[in-house]
Design a protein around this ligand. Structure first.
Ligand SMILES: [Zn+2]
Ligand SMILES: [Zn+2]
Length: 243
């Protein structure tokens, strides 16, 4: 009987121990669970914080595309870099075309017309400087090219491209199109001169002379003709927008 009681007590103790152990395990488990929860929360919080700096796939793709476009632009600039740097006034970022509207020398006139046609065909805006209409343009062209050259002469973004022969061949091998990339397209005629390139001088009404006060003792005249300072030798003013 005594032995049985002892066994019972032992068993009871064991049960309590197991119970305590179980409780302890449960406690331990819940603490582990809490830790896991905590860690998970931390991870979620952290990842939502860095979300802004992590680039989603589609943005990565856009960035790559942009980079490629930049590269292409650089390549095109590369073509431009093959040409000698020689910038006409106001030609840093535009197309400047020296031409003549005089039919005197047929070959020159035809060459100018060909280059003009190509530029118009590419629908780009260009500054047209008619050397037969303004001696300043002729001198400007001669100064740029270091001699008494004839038109046409084409400049793109401050670089000298060439005369008719060069421009025609660049058009044929597709390089002209690349050289003209990024130049604004023509949307409407020049708002200032309607593509006439010159305006009739409003000071002298195109006569290029003005009657100014001047007393001459001998003749007794009080007025004399002077050269108008507002315009060129033809009584014309260059269009500020398109020449
Ligand atoms: Zn104009
Ligand atoms: Zn004038």
């Amino acid at each position: 009987m005594k032995g049985m009681k002892e066994r019972l007590v032992k068993k009871m103790k064991l049960i309590t121990t197991v119970k305590t152990l179980k409780q302890g395990l449960a406690l331990h488990k819940s603490s582990i669970d809490r830790t896991i929860h905590h860690l998970r929360d931390e991870i979620v919080a952290e990842s939502s914080q860095i979300k802004g700096s992590v680039t989603p796939r589609f943005l990565e793709f856009e960035a790559a595309e942009e980079q490629e476009q930049e590269q292409n632009l650089e390549d095109d600039r590369g073509i431009l870099l093959e040409f000698e740097e020689n910038c006409p006034p106001g030609g840093e970022d535009s197309v400047v075309f020296y031409t003549t509207s005089l039919r005197g020398v047929r070959k020159t006139f035809e060459a100018c017309r060909r280059v003009r046609f190509l530029l118009e065909n590419h629908k780009v805006m260009f500054r047209e400087r008619d050397v037969s209409m303004d001696s300043e343009f002729r001198e400007e062209m001669w100064r740029l090219l270091g001699g008494k050259v004839t038109s046409p002469r084409l400049f793109i973004r401050g670089r000298y491209i060439g005369g008719a022969e060069e421009v025609v061949s660049l058009n044929e091998n597709g390089k002209l199109k690349k050289l003209l990339e990024g130049i604004s397209l023509v949307e409407s005629p020049c708002e200032c001169c309607e593509n006439e390139r010159f305006l009739i001088c409003s000071s002298c009404h195109g006569s290029s002379r003005l009657l100014a006060d001047h007393h001459d003792e001998e003749s007794g005249n009080d007025k004399m003709w002077t050269r108008c300072r507002e315009c060129n030798e033809n009584g014309l003013v260059k269009c500020p927008l398109c020449t």
